[in-house]
Design a protein around this ligand. Structure first.
Ligand SMILES: C[S@@+](CC[C@H](N)C(=O)[O-])C[C@H]1O[C@@H](n2cnc3c(N)ncnc32)[C@H](O)[C@@H]1O
Length: 231
């Protein structure tokens, strides 16, 4: 969703993603966080705060940032964490974290390499020495469409990938109780090579790129890329 889309749909977001397997993602995250003894976590693009609320239940200390205030208002009802409205490619919190997570394709909203480098530099700056970055990236290069029905919402989506611009464009129509909402969202799809180069260029070491939420090395067809780097 674009900025306006998240604004209009924030109150429906948790209903739309009620079947997303957040608990499996949390299991994956906790395994990595525990391995690195990370307790103090920054969730970038935290949205409505579902990862934060599950991490708090497991005793992690969290802070969240998101561009969209409407998403943060929903998150605020679910979490204890400090929540800040900020752009991931240009933020400054006077704190450093053991780990930064950026889940469910939030990073794919950065459409240019310049913006992604700026964001990675910000992440690097906000990590403690040896701190861990975990980016959960969308990795689709297909054309398709689908329809879903939720309790109060009907959604029709169609998407296409442009291999020249490396941008996936998704058009979505939502029928919500107030009427129709049309949205178009753009996502930059990053290759495994690009992510390796971007992270190492910013200074990250021990880079690993996994395919999905299992500890398996990614390939070009992996639906999600889990990109892990260490400061
Ligand atoms: C698909 S949602 C994911 C939300 C949450 N991480 C989750 O897993 O449910 C993407 C989020 O990224 C946020 N976002 C997009 N661009 C951003 C930016 N430049 N800086 C911070 N947040 C951004 C959106 O407002 C939205 O809340």
């Amino acid at each position: 969703m674009e900025k306006e889309g998240y604004k209009k749909l924030a109150k429906y977001y948790d209903e739309i993603y009620q079947n997303k397997d957040y608990s499996n993602e949390i299991k994956f995250l906790i395994e990595i966080l525990n391995k690195h003894n990370s307790k103090k976590i920054l969730d970038v693009g935290c949205g409505t705060g579902t990862h934060i609320s599950l991490l708090e239940k497991a005793d992690f200390e969290c802070t969240g940032i998101d561009l969209n205030i409407e998403m943060l208002k929903i998150a605020n009802k679910k979490v204890k964490a400090k929540l800040l409205q900020a752009n991931m490619s240009d933020f400054n919190i006077d704190e450093k974290f053991d780990a930064i997570i950026c889940m469910f394709a939030s990073f794919n909203h950065l459409l240019s390499i310049r913006e992604s480098i700026k964001a990675l530099r910000c992440f690097y700056k906000h990590l403690k020495k040896n701190g861990i970055l975990i980016l959960d990236l969308h990795n689709s290069k297909t054309k398709g469409s689908k329809e879903d029905n939720f309790k109060n919402i009907y959604r029709k989506m169609s998407w296409d990938y442009n291999s020249g611009t490396k941008i996936e464009t998704t058009k979505v129509v939502f029928r919500v109780p107030e009427g129709l909402i049309e949205d178009k969202h753009l996502m930059r799809i990053f290759s495994i090579n690009e992510m390796n180069e971007l992270l190492s260029g910013v200074g990250f070491k021990n880079i690993q790129i996994l395919g999905g939420y299992k500890q398996k090395v990614a390939n070009g067809d992996s639906k999600n890329l889990e990109v892990i780097g260490q400061k």
